[in-house]
Write a protein that binds this ligand. Structure first.
Ligand code: FEO
Length: 394
C-alpha cells in the first residue's frame, strides 16, 4: 500500500495485513488487520506517529523509500506493544537525527522490548506539546487502553486525534476512512470486547476528557479512520456504560448429547420468556464472537459435561476468558451433566473471581436428563427472566 493523504500534511504510512488470522496467538482476526502509522509534516519539523508490526517492516521500509523522506525529527511511540513499536529500531536507524518521543513509562518498555538507545528517547508529560513549526502536537497520557504506558496525540491545527489502539478495529480494508459503518461497527465491537473491555473504567475517564477536544478525524492504529468521530465515540460510550441487553450468553460444550439437550431446553425456555439467547459452542467456536456477546449480556450461563471429574477444558477456557474480560454481566449460572460425579461447578466458580454476579443455583444432571429434570431448566429460565425484568432490562 502506498502512503495516503489523511488531511493537509498528514499522511497514512502504515501497512495493511490482509492475511493475519490470529493476534497474540489467541484472538481470531476474521478480517485481517492494519497497523496504521502517520506522518505529520510541519513547516519546520516532521513527526512519525508509530510504526508497524515487525512482520511488515520490510514493506514499510519500501514505503519510506518510495516517499524519499530525507528527514524525520520525531518518532512518536504511542504504545510499547510491538504491532506499533516493532519497527521503531528500523525507523531510528533510518532517521539518525530523530528523537523517540514517549511517556516515561513507555521509555522503560521500549528499552526492554526493543533495546532502543536510551539517549534517543525524550519523555513527555501529560499535556505537553511539541511544535512542528506551524503544527502542534499535544500528548494525552491514557494509561490502561490497554497497557499502562499508552498516550494519545492530538494535532491541534487539523483537529486530528491519534488514539493508538483506542477506537481501533482489526479490519483490513482498501478504504482509508470508514465507508461501511455496519462492517466497522462489528469489527470495532469485536476489538473493544477482546482488548478494551477489561479497562472500561479507565476508558470512561478518557472519553470524558476527550469530550473537551474538538475532533474532526480519529486516526486509530488499527482499521479505518473516522471522519465522523461521533460514530465511534457513541459506540464506546454505549459499550462501557450503556444499558445491558435482556440477553443470556451460553458458552458450552456437549460431549455425548446430554449437555446439548440441557442447553437446547434452556434456549427454548428463555426464548419463550422473551429473553434473547446467544449460545456459543466452545469446541471450534470463534472466541471473538463470544467476547462480543459478553459486552452487553446481562447473564452468563456456562454449560459443561464432566471430564476427568472436572469441567470440560473448553468450558474452563470460556470461564478464564470471561474472568479476564470482566464483562458487566449481573447474573450467572452453570448447567451440565456428569456420569458418576465430579467437581465441575466448584472448579468453574474458582475460575471467575472477577465476575461480580449474582449466581443462580447450578443445575447438573446425572446422565441424559429426563423430562422432569428439564423442568428445572425451565425454572432457571423463569428466574433469569424475572431478574432481568426486575433490573429493567425487558
Ligand atoms: Fe495494537 Fe496494543 O497494540
Amino acid at each position: 500500500m502506498r502512503a495516503r493523504k489523511v488531511t493537509d500534511r498528514v499522511m497514512w504510512v502504515g501497512s495493511v495485513d490482509w492475511d493475519r488470522q490470529l493476534f497474540d496467538e489467541l484472538i481470531p482476526l476474521p478480517d485481517g488487520t492494519s497497523y496504521n502509522a502517520y506522518l505529520v509534516t510541519g513547516s519546520e519539523k516532521t513527526a512519525l506517529i508509530d510504526t508497524v508490526d515487525p512482520a511488515k517492516t520490510g514493506e514499510w521500509c519500501g514505503l519510506m523509500d518510495a516517499m524519499q523522506l530525507s528527514c524525520v525529527d520525531y518518532v512518536i511511540a504511542s504504545h510499547g506493544e510491538q504491532d506499533h513499536s516493532g519497527s521503531i529500531p528500523f525507523a531510528l536507524e533510518r532517521f539518525p537525527e530523530a528523537k523517540l518521543v514517549c511517556t516515561p513509562k513507555a521509555k522503560g518498555m521500549l528499552i526492554d522490548l526493543l533495546h532502543v538507545d536510551e539517549d534517543r528517547v525524550v519523555t513527555v508529560a501529560d499535556g505537553d506539546t511539541l511544535s512542528l513549526g506551524d503544527l502542534t502536537l499535544e500528548f494525552i497520557h491514557a494509561p490502561w487502553v490497554h497497557w499502562p504506558e499508552t498516550m494519545l496525540t492530538y494535532l491541534h491545527e487539523r483537529k486530528v486525534l491519534f488514539p493508538c489502539d483506542l477506537f481501533g478495529s482489526h479490519l483490513a480494508a482498501s478504504e482509508l476512512f470508514v465507508s461501511d459503518p455496519a462492517r466497522v461497527y462489528r469489527a470495532a465491537k469485536r476489538y473493544y470486547a477482546e482488548i478494551m473491555m477489561p479497562f472500561r473504567t479507565s476508558i470512561v475517564k478518557h472519553l470524558e476528557r476527550l469530550s473537551g477536544y474538538n475532533i474532526d478525524i480519529i486516526a486509530p492504529s488499527h482499521g479505518p479512520l473516522h471522519d465522523n468521530p461521533k460514530f465511534i465515540m457513541d459506540m464506546y460510550r454505549d459499550w462501557v456504560s450503556g444499558p445491558l441487553a435482556n440477553k443470556v450468553v451460553i458458552p458450552y460444550v456437549s460431549m455425548h448429547g446430554s449437555t446439548q439437550v440441557i442447553v437446547d431446553r434452556l434456549i427454548a425456555a428463555l426464548a419463550e420468556q422473551g429473553v434473547q439467547v446467544a449460545p456459543h459452542k466452545m469446541s471450534g467456536g470463534d472466541t471473538g464472537r463470544l467476547a462480543m456477546e459478553l459486552v452487553d449480556a446481562a447473564t452468563v450461563v456456562l454449560g459443561t459435561p464432566t471430564v476427568l471429574a472436572g469441567a470440560h477444558p473448553q468450558v474452563a477456557y470460556a470461564a478464564i476468558l470471561a474472568n479476564a474480560l470482566r464483562p458487566r454481566a449481573m447474573f450467572a449460572s452453570i448447567v451440565g451433566s456428569y456420569g458418576w460425579g465430579g467437581k465441575a461447578v466448584e472448579q468453574l466458580l474458582a475460575l471467575v473471581p472477577n465476575l461480580k454476579v449474582e449466581l443462580f443455583d447450578p443445575v447438573l444432571f446425572k446422565g441424559l436428563p429426563s423430562e422432569s429434570d428439564l423442568r428445572t431448566i425451565d425454572e432457571l429460565a423463569g428466574k433469569i427472566a424475572e431478574k432481568h425484568s426486575d433490573a429493567g432490562l425487558v
